[in-house]
Unconditional design. Structure first.
Length: 335
C-alpha cells in the first residue's frame, strides 16, 4: 500500500490537501479534506511534496499598500446543489483468504443527506426482528454521516434498517417527520455487488427517499387546526370514539399476527398508541392508560420516549396497579 494512515495527500482533480484517515482496501482510502471525510481511489491522490516544491516562493518584497476602498469586492459563487433525496451507502472492505482470493470482510454504512435541509434522525438495525444497533443524531444538509460497520456474513440474518427523520425547521406542505424500513435480502445484496464490480464502482447505494415527503392530508389538518377552525362537538360525530384504556397486546390489535417478527409487531403497537393518543387530545381527555405488558420492557421504553416529546403530557407513571400489575403506564394530560 502506497499510503498509510496519517499521510498528507493532495487530491489531484481539485488541488486540495488533506490526510489519510483509514485504509479501505488496496485500491481505496478514506481521506479528510477540511473536516469532510470521503472515500477515494489511490490513483486520484498523491503526496503534496512535489506541489510544494514546484510552487513559486513568495516574494520577500514589501507589498504595495491598498486602502479598503481600493479592494475590489469579491463575488462569491453560490454552490448549485440539486436535492436528490436521502441515500444509504455501503462501502465494502476486502481481505485475502487462504487461497489469496479477495473476499468482502465487512461493509461500512453511511447515511447521505442530499437535501438542503438539516435532519434529526433515529436509526435502528434489526436481525430477525431483534434490535442489534441504535443511533440518534443529526445530519446536516448535503452531508454524509458514518453509521457503523456490518460483517459481511451477518447479511444472511435478514437485516432490516429502520430510519425516522425529523425536520429541524418546519417547511410548508412538507411532512415534519417521516420514516422508512429498508430490508435487503442476501440475493439482492449479492446482485448489487456483482453490478458494482462490473461497473468498477467503489460502493453500493440504496435510496431511502427521493425527495422530502409532502404532508399527508391528516397531518395538514392537525388537532390544533381542527380545534381552531371547526366546531369540535360536531367533529366528534365523524371520528372514532376515544379510549381511556388502550391494550397494546398484539393479539388484541390484529388477528393474523403469528407470521410477524418482533420489529413488525412493535411498529403496529406504536402506530396504535399514536392513533389513540391523538384521539385523546381531540376529545380533551384528562388521562389515558396504556397497557404495554412487562416482557422485555422494549414497548414500555419506546412509549416513554415518545411521551417525553409530547408537550400535552403533564406526567406519566409506571407503577403497580391491581388491574395490570406493572404492565401499564398512566398518562396525565394538560391543555
Amino acid at each position: 500500500m502506497k499510503f498509510q494512515v496519517g499521510d498528507p495527500i493532495l487530491v489531484l482533480h481539485s488541488n486540495e490537501t488533506g490526510e489519510v484517515v483509514e485504509i479501505i482496501n488496496h485500491e481505496m482510502v478514506l481521506i479528510d479534506v477540511a473536516g469532510v471525510q470521503f472515500p477515494i481511489y489511490i490513483d486520484q491522490i498523491d503526496y503534496p511534496y512535489f506541489k510544494r516544491f514546484t510552487e513559486k516562493k513568495k516574494s520577500t518584497e514589501h507589498p504595495i499598500k491598498l486602502y479598503i476602498d481600493q479592494i475590489p469586492i469579491e463575488k462569491k459563487q453560490a454552490k448549485n446543489r440539486t436535492s436528490k433525496g436521502i441515500v444509504l451507502q455501503c462501502i465494502p472492505t476486502f481481505e485475502l483468504n487462504e487461497l489469496s482470493e479477495e473476499i468482502i470482510k465487512e461493509l461500512k454504512l453511511y447515511l447521505i443527506n442530499q437535501t438542503d435541509q438539516s435532519l434529526l434522525f433515529t436509526y435502528q438495525l434489526h436481525f430477525f426482528g431483534k434490535s442489534s444497533f441504535e443511533l440518534n443524531n443529526e445530519i446536516a444538509a448535503f452531508n454524509t454521516f458514518y453509521l457503523h460497520n456490518i460483517p459481511f456474513e451477518d447479511w444472511n440474518d435478514s437485516p432490516a434498517f429502520s430510519f425516522n427523520f425529523f425536520l429541524t425547521q418546519l417547511l410548508p406542505n412538507k411532512a415534519s417527520n417521516f420514516n422508512t424500513i429498508l430490508k435487503i435480502k442476501p440475493k439482492q445484496l449479492f446482485s448489487k455487488i456483482e453490478n458494482m464490480k462490473a461497473q468498477n464502482e467503489p460502493w453500493l447505494t440504496f435510496s431511502l427517499f427521493e425527495f422530502l415527503p409532502d404532508k399527508k392530508e391528516e397531518e395538514i389538518l392537525t388537532i390544533s387546526t381542527i380545534k381552531k377552525t371547526l366546531d369540535v362537538s360536531k367533529t366528534k360525530k365523524h371520528i372514532e370514539p376515544p379510549r381511556t384504556i388502550i391494550d397494546l397486546h398484539i393479539e388484541k390489535l390484529i388477528e393474523d399476527w403469528q407470521h410477524l417478527d418482533n420489529f413488525e409487531i412493535l411498529q403496529i403497537q406504536l402506530q396504535t398508541f399514536e392513533k389513540y393518543y391523538d384521539l385523546a387530545l381531540l376529545h380533551y381527555q384528562p388521562s389515558l392508560i396504556v397497557i404495554h405488558g412487562v416482557g422485555t420492557g422494549r414497548l414500555r421504553n419506546e412509549i416513554h420516549d415518545i411521551l417525553k416529546t409530547k408537550k400535552e403530557v403533564k406526567s406519566f407513571v409506571n407503577q403497580y396497579d391491581h388491574r395490570f400489575g406493572y404492565g401499564a403506564t398512566e398518562i396525565t394530560l394538560q391543555y
